[in-house]
Design a protein around this ligand. Structure first.
Ligand SMILES: [Zn+2]
Length: 180
């Protein structure tokens, strides 16, 4: 009896019908293996991520629960028909999110928007757009930050998706008021 024989009997060996090497793809949104995106609680974001980053795989996976339908999207609200952005490759790791927050400045409040750049939105263009829309000051104040001189936070949930279809209301996080 040889040692080599013992070792061989312990090794699991290839399983028939399984392709090797096994590939596990992790979701850039919830960071779990793609199979678990169903349980991530943010399947819509996961799907958007997968659509952008691993469109081939999406065909074979049921990330959401739309097995019954012909179309992948059936959660579109408001009948606007905006599809998740395809084809655009992102280099920044994939987490796309916009945050809005009200922040006291003196006697007034300003609104801070972060994350627009993750949707490949030109911040200068965006700042100008907000300035015109709200007739107030608006400027790029950081890497991915815009400050609007005024309390316009609540308007942004309609305004941003209306202007940039790749951003949905679900992408926008309301951070409320910043404490001083
Ligand atoms: Zn996921």
């Amino acid at each position: 009896m040889s040692e080599a024989g013992d070792i061989a009997s312990l090794a699991p060996g290839p399983i028939e019908g399984v392709e090797y090497p096994l590939k596990v793809l992790y979701c850039g949104q919830c960071t779990m293996p793609l199979e678990y995106c169903d349980y991530s609680g943010q399947t819509e974001l996961c799907r958007a991520w997968a659509t952008q980053n691993v469109p081939d795989l999406l065909e074979g996976l049921n990330i959401d629960d739309s097995k019954g339908g012909d179309e992948k999207k059936h959660q579109t609200r408001g009948g606007k028909g905006s599809k998740p952005v395809k084809e655009k490759k992102k280099a920044s790791g994939g987490v796309q999110k916009v945050t809005v927050q009200r922040e006291p400045r003196g006697k007034k409040s300003v609104t801070v928007i972060k994350g627009l750049a993750t949707f490949e939105i030109d911040l200068k263009v965006a700042a100008k757009f907000f300035a015109q829309k709200f007739a107030c000051g608006s400027s790029v104040t950081g890497n991915d930050e815009i400050v609007i001189q005024g309390d316009v936070k609540d308007d942004l949930f309609d305004l941003i998706p209306g202007k940039w279809a790749q951003v949905t209301e679900e992408h926008i996080d309301d951070l409320g008021d910043k404490k001083r």
